[in-house]
Design a protein around this ligand. Sequence first.
Ligand code: NDP
Length: 291
Amino acid sequence: MTARIIDGKAIAQKVREELKGRIAQLREAGIVPGLDVIIVGENPASQVYVRNKATTSREIGIRSEVHALPAETPEDTLLRLIGELNRNPDVHGILVQLPLPAHIDSSKVLEAVDPAKDVDGFHLRNVGALVTGNKIFVPCTPNGVMRMLAEERLTVEGKDAVVVGRSNIVGKPMAFLLLEKGATVTICTSKTRNLAEHTRRADILVVATGRPRMITADMVKEGAVVIDVGINRLPDGKLVGDVDFESVKAKAGCLTPVPGGVGPMTIAMLLCNTVESAERVASASARGVKS
Ligand code: NDP
């Protein structure tokens, strides 16, 4: 079997096109969706991510501002900025780029963001809402994976899904989203004994470990849907996923590439969350509710 390659770039493009229409409607109602991104310090990878988020937002008509703060910024100053953005009615989405410098308490910062503007879906209230099946904002990467599965018309209900990785930003929310859609979900971690025994049972295998090419063909069930979230830069500069693309391609039913798979979906879903936030404000103001 040769896997069908899921084109994340094309699906992300489709999502952005859909959003343009929704943004035009909002603008007609006098609302310009706004996304404010905060970055603290000079982490080069973070700088690239932040630039991409802002540029892609602007391309489709979202107002986007980047607040670049020096690495030594005190926690109080950052919390004050978040407070100002929380109160600013032109801001519909607030994103604090992680990681933050060691002297800043990341949990405190994430909890300071108004949950109604938390387009990353990291605030405890949004996490709780996701876990209880009352989604408000869903973290962008797992949300992007679900959108890919839907676009490819891949059934989740009744399937055995295995998620490798349990981070708060990918693995855990991913598992809850699959569970909500009716999959039987197993979460594997670095502590899992005999990982391959689990992965080989998966109809849907989502891998988010940050371990280059760790999932090889012998760990995959024939015909499985394999979603590779990993982004790893090898010493020669090449970008690879957590899945050994070449060998797994010959065995899986569907497979996402790296780059061009889950990555573009993450930004697309961030834009989606920002537009959704602005739409909530628009419909609240149409009902005469003060936001
Ligand atoms: P974390 O480092 O936070 O988590 C990695 C997880 O993988 C941990 O739960 C860890 O287990 C588990 N793990 C590590 N090694 C193994 C192993 N040998 N077997 C089983 N499980 C293992 O990473 P993230 O979740 O933040 O990111 C994962 C990958 O996804 C990275 O490559 C990152 O760059 C990429 N990423 C891509 C995005 C995109 O847009 N495409 C967005 C976000 C991340 P334990 O908890 O036991 O340590």
